[in-house]
Design a protein around this ligand. Structure first.
Ligand code: ACO
Length: 335
């Protein structure tokens, strides 16, 4: 569909809590080793928020940096969208807590698509701008995953970290965000979920004792396989729909779950690893925050310049996934 109004990213920012937890920290708690975690995931450390720090705190830190980078005063925001599955409260939305902390009065809502939340949020923000319903949107991915980890489950607790990434999405006279494709497969919902705390399994002493408010991933291998398949397919689809081939991609920014997943996606697409952002080593998997954190860090490292074709792709619980093609419209920074 041809659109006369376009949307682009005009500001980026990220926030990682200061406490860095190395893989060796887990060796005393569970049957694992630094070597196993590094070789299977590429993760060397992750940041965990201190007690009392909530998701909206990290989101607001990242948002302030993104707004400053865009040169946009917070009062100019027409909307706040926050992608998260570890919000401050089951409701209201974390975006509302962010709005309150920024002392604003614009509409605010959350997107729940787990690790694919940034892709879903980006599609929504783009559509709001293209439809003329908003000119300036703050899109955040923010997670405090450490609060829903079962530190006796070695399959999951070593994978995740806390953090937030933010982007400012604005109307633009030329295409920045060219398009997003999204996908979901609810038949595989049981392979990655937080089982309790909703209407299906309300909170009780038993659900707490059985760790059913924490993340469950009974089949990590299947998650791995589906992540590679769906992200590669979504990338091909969004590139083709917008008249590109993988050779045209200047920078691939995949969801930062596992270095092996990212390498496999790049290989399937035929994109050399030098043109992919693999930034999981000291960040871990920050779910919906992972793409905007990786984006901000790549931008500040001088990895993109104006006019570059940037490809985002994500995959998470649901199962859900997505891919976005965009022309980078911000001036690059010196590396
Ligand atoms: N330390 C040591 N051994 C471990 C650990 C650990 N932390 N975790 C699992 N193992 C063991 C297993 O118990 C198994 O032992 P066994 O052979 O005696 O049964 C062995 O290691 C191999 O287990 P696999 O699951 O086959 O290992 P695999 O190479 O597949 O790696 C991993 C596991 C890292 C979880 C991988 O499947 C993966 O990354 N999956 C994707 C999961 C993911 O990223 N989920 C996040 C949310 S979705 C997303 O963001 C994409």
């Amino acid at each position: 569909m041809a659109v006369s109004r376009h949307a682009t990213i005009t500001g980026v920012g990220s926030s990682l809590p200061p406490r860095l937890v190395p893989n060796t920290w887990f060796e005393a708690k569970i049957d694992t080793t630094d070597e196993w975690i590094r070789s299977r995931t590429g993760i060397e450390a992750r940041h965990f928020a201190d007690d009392g720090v909530v998701t909206s705190d990290l989101a607001v830190d990242a948002a302030r940096i993104a707004l400053r980078t865009a040169g946009v005063p917070a009062e100019q925001l027409d909307m706040i969208v926050c992608a998260s599955v570890t919000g401050d409260t089951p409701f209201p939305a974390t975006a509302v807590w962010v709005q309150e902390k920024l002392e604003l009065s614009c509409p605010a809502f959350d997107v729940n698509a787990a690790c694919a939340g940034f892709s879903y949020g980006l599609a929504a923000a783009t559509a709001f701008v293209e439809a003329g319903m908003a000119d300036t949107i703050l899109l955040i991915g923010a997670e405090v995953f450490s609060r829903i980890l079962d530190f006796t489950d070695r399959q999951t607790c070593v994978l995740f970290g806390d953090g937030a990434g933010a982007t400012v999405i604005q109307a633009n006279d030329r295409p920045g965000i060219e398009g997003t494709v999204l996908g979901a497969d609810g038949t595989a919902a049981e392979i990655l979920l937080v089982p309790a705390g909703g209407s299906r399994e309300p909170a009780s002493a038993q659900t707490v004792a059985a760790s059913r408010h924490d993340i469950w991933m009974p089949n990590g291998r299947e998650v791995f396989k589906r992540a590679v398949t769906e992200m590669a397919a979504a990338c091909r689809e969004v590139l083709e729909k917008n008249g590109h081939t993988p050779e045209d991609v200047d920078l691939l920014i995949p969801h930062q779950a596992n270095a092996r997943i990212m390498v496999a996606v790049a290989e399937r697409l035929g994109i050399p690893l030098e043109r992919a952002v693999v930034d999981v080593a000291e960040v871990g998997n920050t779910s919906a925050a992972s793409i905007p954190i990786a984006l901000d860090r790549a931008y500040r490292a001088g990895r993109m310049k104006e006019g570059d074709l940037v490809l985002f792709t994500s995959f998470g619980a649901g199962l859900t996934w997505g891919a976005t093609a965009m022309r980078w419209t911000m001036p690059g920074v010196a590396a």
